[in-house]
Design a protein. Sequence first.
Length: 121
Amino acid sequence: MKNILVSALLVFVLLAWPVRADLNVSLPQTWQYSHISTLTTTNPKSTAGTLHSIVVNASGSTPCFVTVYDSTTASGSQIASVDCGGKGQLTYDVSFTTGLTIVTSSTATPSSAADLTVTYQ
């Protein structure tokens, strides 16, 4: 009998409680990604956005570099220059205004590219 009363009270409270439609609820962010596994120039986004992270999944030839630009080309405002000789995630959470361009390079002979995942919005 006690359980029935508690259940009835709970239903009454839930039904009688005022619901506010003006609550500002934010949803979790969803990031886009670009997988880069060659020595190349990649332009994953050509408008403003946010660079979330660069993940080095596997290192390339040493020395190995990743240069990130706030641009639609491999020039302009540089966001970061990363030595991709080791694995790991670098979190930036910085905005860019023009676009996002990633350049992977190595001065080693012979050279091999790192395996990267770049996350952005």
